[in-house]
Design a protein around this ligand. Structure first.
Ligand code: C5P
Length: 237
């Protein structure tokens, strides 16, 4: 069953035990969970299935980028784990994204398929090193269009890009935004941050939040406080 929670807690942990201690204090009705490369490599697919079995919507954040057939098969394997969302790199191109989408078409409980456009760690200089002479936001725009034209469900983007993409891609394109910091909380190593309310108003559908919840002394309370902040500002949680 899919919950209507908009907050995706990033399980950035080195071991399943460490992540389990947090998960035991959360609730599938209040948040979704994101498993990335570190935890997936350490804990494996059985642990992802275990989270799904506990009723969590799981975003498997492995950012597939390979030849079309390999990515298609990887997406199919992810779907077999029962995850709610899976992602690929838009830079893998049209054939790769189309193959991924087609591979998921007839899977039971088809996961949402979203694309990473430009990693937020990439600067204009780094793009130039790759022979790409475009500002990052221009490339984000281009790759979001490409992902949409391949009929993907949406993209991962920064809150700053959400407004532009919402305007250009319409109401049904899913925008997943990391770099979220509740008002009054430190930025950690994130530079361009937005509060949950700002990101939702800019057009985000889902908010990826890690340390403000995972490093909190009381993660459930931190999650509830963010949900309350969103509700107080008139948005649904
Ligand atoms: O702890 P924090 O809230 O900064 O965690 C954000 C999560 O979102 C991390 O799992 C990070 O890898 C991920 N992420 C990000 N920026 C992107 C894509 C993903 O911070 N552009």
């Amino acid at each position: 069953m899919t919950s209507d929670a908009k907050i995706i807690v990033a399980l950035d942990y080195a071991t399943a035990d460490a992540a389990s201690a947090l998960v035991a204090r959360l609730d599938p009705q209040l948040c979704k969970l994101k498993v990335g490369k570190e935890l997936f490599t350490a804990a494996g697919p059985a642990w992802v299935e275990h989270l799904v079995g506990q009723g969590y919507d799981v975003f498997l954040d492995l950012k597939f980028h390979d030849i079309p057939n390999t990515v298609a098969q990887a997406c199919r394997a992810a779907a077999a784990l029962g995850v709610w969302m899976v992602n690929v790199h838009a830079l893998g191109g049209r054939a790769m994204m189309t193959a991924a989408r087609e591979a998921l078409e007839n899977t039971p409980n088809r996961p949402k398929l979203v694309a990473v456009t430009v990693l937020t760690s990439m600067s204009a200089n780094e793009l130039a090193d790759l022979g790409i002479n475009q500002a990052p936001h221009q490339l984000v725009r281009r790759l979001a269009r490409l992902a949409h034209s391949c009929h993907l469900d949406g993209v991962v983007c920064s809150g700053q890009e959400a407004k532009m993409l919402r305007q250009e891609q319409g109401p049904d394109f899913c925008l997943v935004t990391p770099g979220i910091r509740p008002a009054g909380v430190g930025k950690d190593d994130q530079n361009r941050v937005m509060t949950p309310t700002e990101a939702l108003r800019a057009g985000a559908n889902y908010l990826v939040i890690g340390r403000p919840i995972t490093q909190s002394l009381d993660p459930l309370q931190a999650l509830q406080a963010i949900r309350q902040e969103i509700a107080n500002n008139g948005d649904s949680k």
